[in-house]
Structures are given as structure tokens and as C-alpha cells.
Design a protein around this ligand. Structure first.
Ligand SMILES: Nc1ncnc2c1ncn2[C@@H]1O[C@H](COP(=O)(O)OP(=O)(O)OP(=O)(O)O)[C@@H](O)[C@H]1O
Ligand code: SF4
Ligand SMILES: [Mg+2]
Length: 350
């Protein structure tokens, strides 16, 4: 067992006795050719990730584009199989579940709701299909169940006869949420569910998801770029960088003094989160994200880290606890935290 996995287990044991969803040491690589007949490339999208989700709680996953958030979401829903490690839902390996069993426990909510709906199906048919597939109601009660499902997400029953092209983005996202809720799932994996919507509609959809969580006890995995949003709606936040979780913490700690250098740099780029100490806001993120095809040795963040020392390029850091329910993968976690602010401020010209 690597130190990274051991530390995450410790945390999950203390915070959640029986995790609803457990991702345990999961790695996923893709093989592809970047040109016809070219050499096969090997890209590690998710590397040794462990994470738990408790009933009724929200875990946010944040990180830059391409860091593996969606792949992790698809591993959770069982749409992608891990190369190593395991995803368990209610203690059962996700890949041992049938498609229908899986669908009744965990449902995805996608970024592009119109793409998630069959363009040739009316809303009624899109909602009717899971009712039929899972034998949730007798055929003669299906129409009433569809109307009920639409009302539940704040849509008028008349919308049932429309096609996806006849819906606004917000209406279409409500339909996909209504469809997911038909089976009363215990977990919703929301992959940037509001990023394609305007601000007012975003707020409506987020409110709806939170209402569902409080009335049904649904757990949410919320994948997002929006630090403001996730710090408001999450219980825990996992920060991903180049396929790895580098920090996981209670939402209130986002970007505070005791934060991973990468998290602090991300927060530094989102100044409206600026309730943190002045120096923490000055941390900057410079340079490009390295290619997941050619991952840096040691700490994957070391080529961009203002605090990198010689050990960082040699050895991958394990997780260390730096506070209650707060883990960080950094060689200097908990030891030189007080130096983080001043070193970063210096490196960014403060
Ligand atoms: N089927 C695939 N084949 C090859 N590479 C893939 C495949 N799916 C994802 N990738 C690669 O895996 C890496 C992680 O992709 P992923 O979509 O999980 O990132 P992301 O964090 O969700 O990005 P974004 O924020 O832009 O949605 C990327 O480099 C991506 O190009
Ligand atoms: S291990 Fe080193 S390179 Fe990685 S975040 Fe910590 S200080 Fe930076
Ligand atoms: Mg994505």
C-alpha cells in the first residue's frame, strides 16, 4: 500500500464509516495514436486516486482543463473501467453491477444536456424510457409519473411533448435531472452541469440540486472549474492536478494558509474568493500543464511549483494530514506551511 492510499483510507475511516461511493487506488490510461500508423501513445488520465463520498454530502472535484475530472467521473459511474484499483458503490464493485443495478444507484448529469437527450425523442419518451426499463410504474400510470417528474424539477407538464431542440439549455438540464431522479439514485455525478448555462439559470439549477439533496439525501459529486460555486455548495473539495488528487479538504479551507501550493495558485487566479490572507491571494500559476503522455517524475506539480526542492523531482509525495479531514500530497505539508505564503508571494514578485 502506498503512503498516498494509506492516508486517504485513514481519512475515510474517520469521516465516513461506510462510504456510499469508494474510489480505491484507481488508475486509468488511454492508448491512442496521434497520427494514422503513428506510434501508440500512452496517456495517464487518472493516477492512483482514492476518494470516498458519503450519503447526502457533496464532494467537488476541481482542477484545470485536462486534469482528468471527467475521466474520474466516468470511472465512478462505471462508464469507464479502471486499469488498476476499484470503484465500489455501497460496498459492491461497480463493474460487478448490471447496467440497471448501476443506474438505480448512480446517475450522471452532463455538461451538455441537449447532447444527453435523444434529439428524436420527445421529453415524454425520454422520461418514459427509464420508467419502462426499470418497471417503476404500470403503463397506465406512466403519463402521470412523467408529469410528476417534470413538476418536481420546476417544469410545466406541457413540456412533455417537446423535442430537445425546442428546449432552452436550463429546461433541457432540468429534464436530464428529472430523468436521473426517476430511479431515486443515491449519487448524482454532475460533470460541469451548469457551465454551459447563463448565471441566473446556473443559480436555479444549483438550487434545484441542493433541494434534491436535502429532501432525498442524495450524494453529489460536483465536477467544476468554478471555485466560487464549489466553495459554496460542497462539503469537501478534491483538487486534481495531472490525473492526481493533490489535496482534499473541507470546503471552508479552500485556499487558506494550510493549502497545497497548487490549490493556492488556483485560488490566486480566482480573486473573488479573496477572504484569505493577502499573501495567499498573490500565489500565481505559471507555465503550461505538462503533457499527461510525459508525466513529470516525483511530484507532478514540481515543474510549476515555486516551492519545489530537489526531493520534489525525485519522490512522489504521499498524503499527510494537515487538519481535520484535510489531506495534502506535498513533501512539505504540515512542516513548512507557514513558509508557503511568503515563498509564493516572493516568487510572484510581491
Ligand atoms: N477516450 C480517450 N482517449 C484518449 N485520451 C483521452 C480520452 N478521454 C480523455 N482523454 C484524455 O485524458 C485527459 C483527461 O481528460 P478529461 O476529459 O478527464 O479531463 P477534464 O479534467 O475533464 O478536462 P475539461 O475540464 O476540459 O473537461 C486529457 O488529456 C484527455 O485528452
Ligand atoms: S511536493 Fe514539492 S513540488 Fe510538490 S507541491 Fe510540494 S513543494 Fe511543490
Ligand atoms: Mg471534463
Amino acid at each position: 500500500m502506498t503512503p498516498r492510499r494509506a492516508a486517504v483510507r485513514t481519512q475515510s475511516n474517520s469521516a465516513e464509516a461506510v462510504p456510499l461511493l469508494a474510489v480505491d487506488g484507481v488508475t486509468k490510461a488511454f492508448r491512442f495514436r496521434d497520427r494514422p500508423f503513428g506510434p501508440r501513445q500512452h496517456l495517464v488520465a487518472v493516477n492512483r486516486i482514492s476518494l470516498t463520498v458519503a450519503p447526502g454530502k457533496t464532494v467537488a472535484i476541481i482542477g484545470e482543463s485536462g486534469c482528468g475530472k471527467s475521466t474520474l467521473g466516468r470511472l465512478m459511474t462505471g462508464d469507464v473501467a479502471p486499469d488498476t484499483g476499484q470503484v465500489r458503490i455501497e460496498g459492491r464493485a461497480v463493474h460487478a453491477l448490471t447496467r440497471l443495478e448501476k443506474a438505480r444507484i448512480i446517475q450522471p448529469i452532463a455538461q451538455d444536456p441537449k447532447a444527453a437527450l435523444n434529439p428524436r425523442w420527445t421529453v415524454a419518451r425520454s422520461l418514459g424510457e427509464p420508467l419502462e426499463l426499470h418497471r417503476l410504474v404500470p403503463p397506465k400510470e406512466r403519463k402521470a409519473a412523467i408529469e410528476q417528474a417534470l413538476l418536481r424539477v420546476g417544469l410545466a407538464p406541457e413540456i412533455a411533448s417537446r423535442f430537445p431542440r425546442e428546449l432552452s439549455g436550463g429546461e433541457a438540464q432540468r429534464v436530464t435531472i428529472a430523468r436521473a431522479l426517476l430511479v431515486s439514485p443515491r449519487v448524482l455525478v454532475c460533470d460541469e452541469p451548469v457551465s454551459a448555462l447563463d448565471a441566473a439559470v446556473q443559480a436555479d439549477i444549483v438550487r434545484l440540486l441542493l433541494e434534491i439533496q436535502s429532501s432525498e439525501g442524495t450524494a453529489l459529486v460536483f465536477i467544476s472549474h468554478d471555485l466560487q460555486l464549489v466553495s459554496r455548495l460542497s462539503h469537501r473539495i478534491a483538487i486534481m492536478y495531472l490525473g492526481e488528487i493533490v489535496e482534499i479538504m473541507p470546503a471552508g479551507g479552500l485556499g487558506g494558509v494550510l493549502s497545497h501550493p497548487y490549490t493556492r495558485a488556483l485560488v490566486g487566479a480566482a480573486p473573488r474568493l479573496g477572504r484569505h490572507p493577502r499573501k495567499a491571494r498573490r500565489a500565481t500559476l505559471t507555465g503550461e500543464v505538462p503533457s499527461p503522455v510525459d508525466r513529470p517524475s516525483g511530484c507532478v506539480f514540481h515543474p510549476r511549483c515555486a516551492l519545489a526542492a530537489e526531493v520534489c523531482s525525485r519522490t512522489s509525495p504521499g498524503f499527510e494530514s494537515v487538519g481535520s479531514d484535510h489531506l495534502m500530497a506535498c513533501h512539505f505539508a504540515g512542516r513548512e506551511q507557514s513558509a508557503f505564503g511568503s515563498a509564493e508571494a516572493t516568487s510572484s514578485g510581491a
